[in-house]
Design a protein around this ligand. Structure first.
Ligand SMILES: Cc1cc2nc3c(=O)[nH]c(=O)nc-3n(C[C@H](O)[C@H](O)[C@H](O)COP(=O)(O)OP(=O)(O)OC[C@H]3O[C@@H](n4cnc5c(N)ncnc54)[C@H](O)[C@@H]3O)c2cc1C
Length: 582
């Protein structure tokens, strides 16, 4: 079978038929010239790069990285793929032209990230992290740092890393201990131990720019005492600070369940020279630029991984013959069996729903950054703030189901390494864990974003969604879907009016709330797609997938709302009752 075939038909359908992106981009001055031909060319060429250069490296990359003499070596083919990526100009797709980038919208960067992640999710950590670092530095670094670091990051000549986690500081970054002592020339000396740093070291680029959370002397405890520093592996010439290699050593390389071609490093900073980004004590706020981009990026990782798992499953279900139907004497392809069709359609619905949602969020980023009308920018910002944790957690959990179904469709063969399907299940598992675990995303959504203003911002978003479904009326099928979504929105609105949990029980219900809201937005995107679907093959397929989604997956939302209303008392029982030893 082909390793990966870019789903250009569905990508084009979502971008043009459903979202009419050419018209939206025409209203954004920096992107006014981005027409349909350019959009399609970027999608086609990105897909070709992913399929031809990157996809062949996915399975061999599973052998993992090696730590030799203090340096990390990527698996075979990965350095060459990175060089090809840089040489063909993909790294700077959505970076400013002034930094040597191509100045294209985040929407196209998102298409690029989807196809790269289908082809090789471990390798794709490089461009995923780089763009967040680029945005963070562009927003918060001094002009001098920007001039020195943004061009090589935009070109991909230098890669980046995000250094937050320490052994004692995971979800709770307030526990970070790494220190930053003032040094000569306005620099700082950074000392401390970071773990789990993706791309913390490797042999693909000539320099690595680490963004490190650390504490200045006398900084208060907790997150308010954290500052962000730029700490390059190789010090640039002309600092007057001499050593070419900074004080950073790789003290370990994690051996992981999945994404093994991504180097997950333990780094020791020993008086490494770094430069403050933004204000002292404002580190977490700066880092959030990067973390928000990374969270939307995880949604795209989930989309890419789901697409690949679906493609493999469909191909296998067409080839593999087992079981007879009726009086036929010949074994039939798996594809004829109802249970296999159910699993394939579940994969297809989660995948296409992820694309509908991710691309819609991506264009909200462009609207937020570049729309001349402040009200439009504010509306986009609100949707992004509310739905970033949803995209991260809802889509990553769905992708895990899609990958697991791929193993199921392959049967016992799915459990055997050589098919490359069990690797998908291992690779996808981390999406629910990093960039803030899905439990933390749910707390962020319900605790910080919804409860903080008594649900008012979410009400605005739900009202906007309701307006879309209320104008529908074209077909019985779409009217039925709209009625189901309207019922969910009414239930969510009722919950916001009367039944929001108190602060103590947020943790017990937040995950249910996030999935219920995830369904509301995915259902909304499906309805809009079905409304606009042309009478083409893509259009008919879209309506059928939406119908399946509403019948078989969407009802989970009501179960989640029901679960929010019960069981809390059990969770609050004393440990000696719930977790008593025998
Ligand atoms: C492959 C990989 C790559 C990574 N890359 C990077 C990287 O590049 N840079 C970086 O800085 N870090 C990175 N990480 C670290 C990652 O972001 C953390 O693992 C993650 O934030 C969770 O922290 P933890 O592992 O310490 O889990 P913990 O914080 O110990 O959490 C354990 C469990 O408890 C739950 N939990 C924690 N606190 C609460 C709470 N207050 N309320 C309710 N539940 C809670 C969590 O949801 C989770 O289920 C990476 C991790 C992995 C596995």
């Amino acid at each position: 079978m082909t390793l990966y075939s870019p789903p250009l038909r569905h990508i084009g359908f979502v971008l043009h038929e459903v979202m009419d992106v050419e018209r939206t981009l025409a209203a954004l001055p920096p992107y006014a010239g981005v027409d349909r031909a350019l959009i399609d060319r970027v999608a086609t060429e990105a897909g070709a790069f992913a399929a031809r250069v990157l996809a062949p490296t996915r399975m061999s990359g599973d052998r993992g990285c090696r730590l030799i003499d203090g340096r990390v070596l990527l698996p075979p083919g990965h350095v060459e793929a990175y060089r090809a990526f840089v040489d063909t100009g993909w790294a700077g797709l959505a970076c400013e032209e002034g930094h040597g980038g191509q100045g294209l919208p985040m929407l196209l960067h998102s298409v690029l990230l989807e196809v790269l992640n289908s082809a090789n999710p471990a390798w794709s950590m490089f461009p995923g992290i780089a763009h967040g670092a680029y945005d963070c530095l562009r927003a918060h670094a001094s002009d001098e740092l920007k001039a020195r670091y943004l061009p090589p990051i935009a070109s991909g000549k230098w890669t980046t890393s995000m250094c937050l986690t320490e052994a004692q500081a995971g979800s709770d970054l307030g526990l970070v201990r790494t220190k930053a002592e003032p040094a000569a020339g306005g620099a700082y000396q950074i000392s401390g131990a970071k773990i789990f740093i993706s791309g913390g070291d490797h042999d693909a680029a000539e320099n690595i720019v680490h963004l490190v959370l650390a504490r200045t002397p006398d900084a208060p405890a907790g997150t308010r005492g954290l500052s962000l520093f730029l700490v390059p592996r190789r010090l640039p010439q002309g600092d007057g600070l001499n050593p070419a290699i900074n004080g950073i050593s790789v003290v370990g390389l994690e051996h992981k369940m999945g994404i093994r071609a991504s180097a997950t490093c333990a780094l020791q900073f020993e008086g490494a020279l770094g430069w403050l980004i933004g204000e002292a004590g404002g580190g977490l706020a700066c880092m959030f630029v990067m973390m928000n981009a990374a969270r939307l990026g995880v949604g795209l990782q989930a989309l890419g991984a789901s697409e690949l798992a679906y493609q493999y499953s469909l191909d296998y279900a067409r080839q593999r013959r087992q079981g007879r139907v009726g009086t036929s004497g010949d074994a039939q392809p798996l594809l004829v069996h109802g249970d296999i069709r159910r699993m394939l359609l579940t994969q297809k619905a989660w995948t296409e729903g992820a694309r509908l949602l991710s691309y819609w969020l991506a264009i909200q980023l462009d609207i937020e950054n570049a729309h001349p009308d402040a009200a439009q920018r504010a509306e986009a910002a609100l949707a992004l703030s509310m739905l970033t944790p949803v995209a991260k957690a809802f889509l990553s959990d769905n992708a895990l189901e899609v990958a697991s179904l791929a193993v199921q469709i392959y049967g016992g063969h799915g459990y055997i390494v050589e098919h490359g399907v069990e690797q998908m299940l291992r690779d996808v598992r981390v999406f629910s864990l990093y960039e803030g675990s899905n439990g933390i995303q749910a707390l962020d959504l319900l605790g910080r974003k919804v409860l903080a203003d008594g649900g008012q911002k979410l009400q605005l978003l739900l009202t906007r969604m309701l307006q879309t479904v209320e104008v529908v009326g074209s077909s019985v099928t779409i009217a039925a879907m709209s009625a189901q979504l309207a019922a969910l929105i009414a239930a969510l609105q009722e919950l916001l009016r009367s039944g929001l949990p108190g602060a103590t029980s947020v943790g017990a219900v937040a995950a249910h709330f996030l999935r219920a809201l995830g369904h509301a937005v995915m259902a909304w995107r499906f309805i809009e797609a079905a409304q606009r679907a042309p009478l083409s093959d893509a259009g008919r397929s879209c309506v059928a997938t939406a119908e399946f989604y509403f019948a078989q997956l969407f009802p989970e939302s009501f179960y989640r709302l029901a679960a929010m209303r019960g069981g809390e008392g059990c969770l609050a029982l004393p440990d000696e009752v719930l977790f008593a030893d025998d």
